[in-house]
Design a protein around this ligand. Structure first.
Ligand code: ZN
Length: 364
């Protein structure tokens, strides 16, 4: 082998070794078990090494405990600014199926792209921005031992005088913050923080997505459990200007999900099918003008709850992928139509959509 590598020359030898390392990395990673954060971190680096033409990694924030918040961007290199799809997993620490799904999603998108077909066509117009673990501190804490397995919040200290830790990051976004379905008790699971964006994790998402909000067409945030697809808003006094369209797309996604393993997913606003809430990232995204914003609550319906057995990971991911891709395909074809229309007409369509959102935001 050594003499053969010498014959091929150093560059060819390096390529051979890289390919071998990549193949080993892919083969040895088990998508059907839950992984602690350090393994997910290594997996992200491996994905980057295996797919240098399609994948890049970006640190866009740091947690309270100074851990990096990284996203994986999947996209064809292109000179033009493309539209974008956002997905984050693991904003709530104990919902381990969510980070497992983001990893599956990244693997699957890359595999489909390599096979050609529809994914190649979509990726000419769209990039995916996927954060496998957003609440890194909380996720690490949930892996400590059995007593911390059901930890939900971040790990920042409470306000002065409070002995409890952690803020519910999905109550900390600047979207009717503090109004409903949130607690001011710092020991509660739904403590919303001292103010909107008091937490660095929520601030990081807001900053990153907010500075390019006209590029993000779709915002998907992945949770468990309950088998639900939630559309904006969590505050029952507000209705999204495109509520009907969101429901149609969400119901289409649920239909696709049911076809995979027969599981039913309900679709609706949080007050209609779960409970009212405020300060969620989903609501913030829609209020910011991102037209398609959904929360996925993955398996199950409460039999195992947050402790979904590992033998359900694959099935849960397969059905969720099918639902997510239904939404992505819809967004992609709408974008294509907008691009195909005369530029002025397309611009006025989006301007009208955004204007409606701004009106809604100002009414709060
Ligand atoms: Zn959650």
């Amino acid at each position: 082998m050594c003499s053969m590598l010498a014959f091929l020359g150093p560059l060819a030898a390096m390529l051979l070794l890289q390919t071998a390392a990549g193949a080993v990395g892919r083969a040895s990673y088990d998508y059907n078990v839950y992984h602690p954060f350090n393994e997910i971190d290594d997996w992200m680096s491996q994905i980057l090494m295996d797919n240098p033409d399609m994948v890049s990694m970006e640190r866009y924030g740091r947690t309270y405990q100074k851990r990096d918040i990284n996203l994986i961007k999947i996209g064809e290199r292109s000179g033009e600014m493309k539209k974008a799809i956002w997905m984050d997993c693991g904003i709530h620490a104990r919902e381990w199926i969510a980070p497992a799904f983001c990893q599956y999603f990244i693997k699957q998108v890359l595999q489909e792209y390599r096979k050609g077909g529809k994914m190649v066509e979509m990726m000419k117009k769209l990039d995916f921005y996927v954060t496998p673990v957003l609440n890194v501190d909380g996720y690490v804490h949930s892996w400590l031992d059995n007593t911390t397995r059901l930890w939900r919040k971040s790990r920042s200290p409470g306000p002065p005088g409070c002995t409890c830790e952690g803020t519910d990051l999905n109550r900390n976004f600047n979207a009717t913050w503090g109004t409903v379905g949130v607690s001011t008790n710092c020991c509660a699971e739904t403590y919303g923080g001292t103010g909107p964006l008091s937490e660095p994790e929520a601030a990081a998402v807001t900053r990153y997505v907010g500075q390019r909000k006209e590029d993000f067409l779709c915002f998907l945030t992945i949770h468990s459990y309950g088998q639900l697809i939630l559309v904006p808003y969590g505050n029952p006094n507000l209705t999204a200007p495109n509520y009907q369209e969101l429901m149609t797309v969400g119901l289409g996604a649920a239909d696709e999900m049911k076809k995979v393993h027969g599981k039913s997913y309900k679709v609706g606003t949080s007050p209609d099918i779960l409970y009212p809430n405020s300060g969620s990232s989903r609501d913030w995204a829609r209020l910011s003008g991102i037209p398609f914003s959904f929360t996925f609550e993955l398996r199950d319906n409460g039999t195992f709850g947050f402790l979904l057995p590992q033998d359900q990971i694959q099935a849960a991911c397969e059905e969720a992928y099918s639902g997510a891709m239904h939404i992505v395909r819809y967004v992609h074809s709408k974008q294509l139509n907008a691009a195909a229309a005369p530029a002025a007409a397309a611009a006025s369509l989006w301007a009208a959509l955004l204007a409606t959102c701004v009106t809604a935001a100002l009414a709060l």
